[in-house]
Write a protein that binds this ligand. Structure first.
Ligand SMILES: [Zn+2]
Length: 173
């Protein structure tokens, strides 16, 4: 799977249930409660953090079109993720999107717990969409031409042409 190495490590931890969810910490007597830090209603298992928590469900709806998250059918993260990997052939970058979403859900949770920030679902959705789009664009070696308006002028940044295309720079007529 072609994602940044920090996300690969994170994903391995998720699949082996090795992240410090409150439920995991509570089992080791390192947390006074197993309940979710964000909603405070259900036990904070890995599956709850990423699929079950009412606060994050909108993120999947907005960011991963074509993938239905049905928490009742998700027994464990690793079994579910194995299914995503084996079925993602038809949807471009599906497994990559899934990893990015999980990464940013975890990041948002950590920012709330350790950074004292408010839960910001819309902010997380924007970050996920932007980062995933940029990553997939660069990965697929698409033409990345960013045209940004700076004080009324248009600035074009050269980007790699798609595979099979040759880009020729010339001075114009
Ligand atoms: Zn929750």
């Amino acid at each position: 799977m072609d994602v940044p190495s920090k996300m690969k490590v994170f994903c391995c931890k998720l699949c082996s249930n090795a992240i410090p969810s409150r439920h995991n910490l509570w089992k080791r007597s390192c947390s006074p409660t197993p309940l979710c830090f964000l909603c405070g209603i259900e036990e904070e298992s890995i599956e709850h953090i990423f699929f079950g928590c009412s606060l994050v469900r909108g993120i999947w709806f907005e960011c991963c079109f074509g993938l239905r998250i049905c928490k009742e059918h998700i027994q464990s993260f690793d079994a579910w993720f194995a299914k995503v990997l084996s079925n993602s052939g038809g949807v471009e970058g599906l497994s990559i999107r899934v990893v990015f979403i999980c990464w940013f859900i975890w990041k948002m949770r950590c920012e709330v717990i350790f950074g004292g920030k408010q839960v910001d679902i819309n902010g997380a959705i924007c970050r996920i969409k932007l980062t995933t789009q940029e990553y997939l664009a660069v990965k697929n070696e698409c033409l990345v031409e960013r045209v940004s308006k700076v004080e009324g002028s248009v600035v074009e940044v050269w980007g790699k042409p798609p595979v099979g295309w040759v880009k020729i720079n010339c001075d114009g007529p």
